[in-house]
Design a protein around this ligand. Structure first.
Ligand SMILES: O=C(O)Cc1cc(O)ccc1O
Ligand SMILES: [Fe+2]
Length: 436
């Protein structure tokens, strides 16, 4: 693994120059008549020019050529199971769903990150910029002389198997399982892998990921801002005939070629950039008296909707922690929720379901669909001696929780052949215990 360098902080106004070109950033202005080293200045806007300061995100890139130097885009059909808008290919299905680990490419088959994008579920519309999609990526080959960008929204990437060595216009990021990264809308990146590689993606169309408010928790806790790492500027001056720029635009893929690497940004400054975060750094807050807290206490990042306090999607984790509550059924309660809950497992086992829900698999409990601990978990936890206990050691489950009602794609429900038709059985043996 290369020694990559990062800038620490969340949503900060950063400045970074590749050490080979000191003074690449103009001083005191963004767009001088001539930039240092013969660079071109280019602004990348992640919010409306007129957005209030709290929401306003943009970066200035100083690059060897402006991004516009490319041939026209053409349709590019390399990811047959990627969806952005087609949420009606299956009839609605409110059932509890659980998937066994999604298949990696077969031996002999070569698939890169883009071709490996498979959409499991989603809602909303890329054209009206409202909604989300949940994808998994299943690949085994590095992207070669190819960069990808998403015109439709931001990607929050959760590696499950294999590290991602990501080159972006802003610099390089190395992201291992149990770390996550966010690549905001429009930023070009290329993913190199080291073998069979699998992970999950939460794509949001509405806006950007933020740290949740902390309310009475105070100024510190959950994911701390300084643990978010943004790459430092890095460039290559490489002539390549037919370098591919792949754009996901209105849910479809397009490709344009150009004669040079787009990773030619010598310096940049601004508050719109990719970042990564190590989930092991999460400061866990929980009940130290009684009862099971709602999982919102484990929110790492949120993409808010216009409805007060309600997310397009929250990214929530279930990290290793102490469990100490007295006179309490400690695992998740049985519940029905006005939100959709998509879950995945990075490592280990999830406390509410020890069997069937495996690393690289997933579950979906849709709006108002009842769910909760399986029988084994219920019996165990209602009879356990309640001593302080480490739980979820060596484990990392997560949830993408959305206020939107998600539809499952045909790939998710049929083609992938991973849906467990017998999932419902794990609750059927829960006995009536009622006695008067
Ligand atoms: O359904 C799940 O497993 C996720 C979940 C966990 C929890 O601790 C409380 C509520 C909830 O939806
Ligand atoms: Fe739940």
């Amino acid at each position: 693994m290369a020694e990559y360098q990062y800038l620490s902080g969340f949503g900060s106004h950063f400045s970074s120059e590749d050490a080979r070109c000191p003074g690449a950033l103009p001083e005191g202005q963004n767009s001088p008549q001539k930039c240092a080293y013969g660079l071109y200045a280019e602004q990348l806007s992640g919010s409306a020019f007129t957005a209030p300061r709290t929401e306003n995100v943009r970066s200035w890139l100083y690059r060897i050529r402006p991004s516009v130097v490319h041939e026209p885009f053409k349709s590019y059909q390399v990811a047959p199971f990627l969806r952005g808008n087609k949420w009606d290919e299956q009839p609605p299905n409110p059932n509890q769903m659980r998937w066994s680990p999604f298949d990696l490419p077969e031996t002999g088959e070569e698939r890169d990150f883009v071709a490996g994008l498979h959409t499991v579920c989603g809602a909303g519309d890329v054209r009206s910029r409202h909604g989300l999609a949940v994808h998994v990526y299943l690949c085994n080959k590095s992207m070669e002389n190819t960069a990808f960008y998403n015109s439709d929204g931001d990607f929050l990437i959760v590696p499950q198997q294999g590290p991602l060595d990501i080159t972006t216009e802003f610099g390089r990021l190395y992201v291992k399982p149990n770390e996550i990264c966010v690549i905001p809308q429009g930023i070009r990146f290329s993913v190199a892998v080291e073998g069979p590689t699998r992970g999950y993606i939460l794509e949001v169309y509405d806006g950007h990921f933020k740290l949740p408010d902390l309310g009475p928790i105070g100024a510190n806790g959950l994911a701390n801002p300084r643990d978010f790492l943004t790459p430092t500027a890095w460039f290559e001056d490489r002539t390549v005939e037919g370098f591919k720029i792949v754009s996901k635009y209105q849910g479809a893929l397009f490709v344009a070629t150009q004669n040079h690497s787009p990773f030619d940004v010598v310096g940049w400054h601004g508050n719109y950039a990719p970042f990564k975060y190590d989930l092991a750094k999460f400061m866990v807050i929980n009940s130290v008296s009684y009862d099971h807290c709602d999982p919102s206490i484990f929110t790492v990042l949120t993409c808010p909707s216009n409805k007060y306090g309600t997310a397009i999607a929250d990214f929530v984790i279930f990290p290793p922690r102490w469990s100490v509550q007295e006179n309490t059924f400690r695992p998740p309660y049985y519940h029905r929720n006005c939100m959709s809950e998509f879950m995945g497992l990075i490592l280990g086992r999830y406390e509410a379901k020890e069997g069937g829900f495996l690393p690289g698999g997933a579950s979906l409990h849709s709006i108002m669909t009842p769910h909760g601990p399986d029988r084994k978990c219920f019996e165990g936890a209602s009879n356990a001696t309640l001593k302080p206990e480490r739980i979820a050691e060596g484990t990392q489950a997560f949830m993408f929780e959305s206020s939107l009602s998600m539809a499952v794609t045909r790939w998710g429900e049929e083609t992938c052949q991973k849906l467990d038709a017998r999932y419902y059985e794990c609750w059927q043996t829960l006995e009536k215990k009622f006695k008067i």
